[in-house]
Design a binder for this molecule. Sequence first.
Ligand code: F3S
Length: 470
Amino acid sequence: MITVSLISLGCAKNLVDSEIMVGHLHQAGMKVIPDAERADVVIVNTCSFIDSSKEESIGHILEVHENRGLRKRRREQKLIVAGCMSQRFSKDLSGSLPEVDAFIGLDQITKVAPIIEQIFATERADKDAPASFVTPRSSFIPDYDTPRFRLTPSHFAYIKIAEGCNHPCTFCIIPQIRGRHRSRTVASVVAEARQLVAEGVREINLISQDTTFFGMDTWEERPNPRTPVDSTRGTALTSLLRELNAIEGDFWIRILYTHPAHWSDELIRTIAECPKVVRYVDMPLQHISDRMLKLMQRETSGDYIRNLVRRIRAGIPGIALRTTFIVGFPGETDADVDELCEFVKEARFERLGVFRYSQEEGTRASKMEEQISPKEKERRWHRVMALQKDIAAEVSASSVGRTVRVLVDEAGVARAEADAPDIDGRVYVPRELPVGRFAEVLINAYHDYDLLALPRGQVPAEYKVAKQAQ
Ligand code: F3S
């Protein structure tokens, strides 16, 4: 029996692709094992978003190769590179990474087992270039019955509701890798969610490049695909949320990766009216200065964003807003960063991440003049992060004394509605609370982004205990 080990890098969308590969390997009778050194085949599912993700991917590929060279018995081991880096660079990489046996692209994840058989059946001389199975313009989208083996803990799951992206953001390479936006149907996503809830999943995370665009690609063709979509028509996402909310069972639904351009009042109303949808919005804004938003081609303006944040806060009481910004984009001035800092102070995001702009080959922004030096990017990054650190501490402090519903991830560690898996903070809880279940806990202390719900005697020294909880 062929044994396969898979290393999954990058985001949750890539993780779902890894799960689909593992599902197909099982279906073909292959055995998936955690230990790469003992496997007949190692698949590295790569990320290619920014330079550091490419470096990480290449680091893993070389490490697997070195390990098989060290172990005589493993010299026959096959090394397959999959995922975004493979899709983006397979042609260039086959020359520079001869250690690899084969590259597969995003549309080959369901064909991984026959590809492995083919690699074993084909003699490869040392001088031969790696085989490439990558096809251009990815178009695959999974369905509810696509074989998949979940790699997340049994109580939470990701559902990829769409794939690809139609946005023109000038800094981002992902649309060129993952192709045009294509949505699943509401019925397909609901069928998958029902199955997951029946299996005991308590948290469903809806993902895609832009979840708010869900279903919009199936509307009548617009004469020019760049014409903004008329958000007043409501979105298919609202129908999906209402149907998911109606599924019986004790679970919550989290929407990740929304785009500000496609929010509608109907979406705000729907989230407010669906108790199973967590009071949490993930909405990368990238900047607030009109100059920057225009150069980034974010299809929004500063005023539009300010107004949207106000409407979301007013329409969904108790909402926690997560966003990300990019600093150091070409042409960004101190005045743009001042405006961003003012906005961060005013909007008081419960969760905020800041990226230093990465000049990505193949994007329009990479060719722009006035690129910012790494040192200056760093300075701007520290400036925004320092500001947010204080806001985050105030947000955490405001939870002390409140009873919150948490989902227990492992013994003693849980997450509240405002904490997405692997992204946000944690809530430390008594170890005896059952893992994978919801619990109501009283928050009595905090430390930066993490909250504590433990008896007083167990609160570590670095945690701040609010007066009413002492
Ligand atoms: Fe995700 Fe990295 Fe691809 S962030 S979509 S795995 S480029």
